[in-house]
Design a protein around this ligand. Structure first.
Ligand code: SAM
Ligand code: SF4
Length: 352
């Protein structure tokens, strides 16, 4: 990982212009290859670290991008080096046109060949859709499951739907789609006594468990640095059951990985707060309402709706907006900076 001091090096990208051609590079030399596309801010769950129980300010339906608009952005992004598209939300499987979206993106090619389409989902709607999604070209799947206990799941997500999530995971396991990853946010007093059980559950499904440090992205703005479960605590809990051997070759991925005993099973930890990977970040984000973001924690956005909806040919304007967005990227997210400001959008409206 390349360490970049978070509070330092905040040079003003506005002082210079992005290159007009070539790869999507920022002022710190990071080449961008991964676009996370949020398809909706709606969700079938209400995870407390992501959404409020009630009173969410939904995005205006008229602003939600159509399949054609998403594809227009993705086509231009692929042509300048974006090679992975991860569909997320909100819950991406709530989009009635989800299979169409996957098919349209999977058909894209970049300078280095076909792109890869991935998805992060709560898994609830997977059993009925997985076959079609795979046929449409979906290649990677992350399914979120924070606890194996029904009462805890119902309290955490405010919905009694753990059995459906388990059915979604079972369907993915049967499908043979690999690598298959399961995500859990580690939370004190909520699931921190279940970490090893979650790993065993993942291994039993031919999947890899990834624990995510909780980030300040909840709509209720209740995140507490002192209360979050850290990477070190996660590793200590797992080391009580397995010997952990670090795996090399992270290649800019957010997760650090360890072999469990002698493998082949492994576990990942995404330590966005205590060991930020900003120095290697190659991601940008498109929200369901057409805003480009260069970081989960950005407080500014780049509006693609004028380019997409003016009626004029859009490719040049989309490319210019992508380049400006990447060029404006700060060296790091600064969560640990006392001056850190949580973005106004909750995680469900940004896209995790
Ligand atoms: N609904 C889908 C799901 O839950 O997988 C996709 C969207 S969700 C926002 C994507 C990922 O972000 C999930 O794995 C979720 O656990 C994670 N997430 C949401 N809020 C988070 C937070 N405050 N800190 C860390 N991870 C978070
Ligand atoms: Fe929905 Fe995913 Fe947010 Fe949970 S984390 S409320 S499943 S968008």
């Amino acid at each position: 990982m390349t360490a970049i001091p978070l509070a330092l090096g905040r040079r003003s990208p506005a002082a210079s212009a992005p290159p007009a051609d070539g790869a999507l590079v920022d002022t710190h030399g990071r080449v961008h290859r991964d676009l996370r596309i949020s398809l909706t801010d709606r969700c079938s769950l209400r995870c407390s670290y992501c959404m409020p129980e009630q009173g969410n300010q939904w995005l205006a339906r008229t602003s939600i991008l159509s399949v054609a608009e998403i594809t227009a952005v993705a086509r231009v992004a692929a042509s300048i080096g974006i090679s992975t598209f991860r569909l997320t939300g909100g819950e991406p499987l709530l989009r009635p046109d989800i299979v169409e979206v996957v098919a349209a993106l999977a058909a894209l090619r970049g300078p280095d060949g076909p792109v890869e389409v991935a998805m992060t989902t709560n898994g609830i709607a997977l059993p009925g859709l997985l076959e079609e999604l795979l046929a449409a070209g979906l290649r990677r799947l992350n399914i979120s499951i924070d606890t194996l206990r029904r009462d805890r799941f119902a309290a955490l997500t405010r919905r009694d739907r753990l059995a459906e999530v388990r059915r979604g995971i079972a369907a993915a396991a049967r499908s043979g789609l690999r690598p298959l990853k399961l995500n859990a946010v580690a939370m004190r007093g909520i699931n921190d006594d279940e970490l090893a059980d979650l790993v065993e559950f993942a291994v039993a499904h031919g999947a890899e468990m990834r624990f995510i440090e909780q980030m300040p992205l909840d709509a209720g703005h209740t995140w507490d640095r002192a209360a979050m479960v850290t990477r070190e605590e996660i590793l200590t809990a797992l080391a009580a059951r397995w010997s952990l051997t670090p795996l090399p070759g992270r290649h800019g991925a957010p997760a650090e990985r360890w072999l469990l005993d002698d493998g082949p099973a492994a576990v990942g930890v995404i330590a966005a707060v205590t060991a930020p990977f900003c120095g290697d970040c190659d991601r940008l984000r498109l929200t369901a309402d057409g805003q480009l973001r260069n970081c989960l924690f950005s407080t500014g956005e780049f509006d693609l709706l004028p380019a997409l909806r003016s009626g004029a040919p859009a490719d040049a304007a989309i490319e210019a907006t992508l380049r400006r967005c990447v060029w404006a990227k700060l060296p790091g997210h600064a969560i640990n900076d006392p001056a850190f400001l949580q973005p106004a959008r909750g995680m469900n409206a940004i896209g995790g």
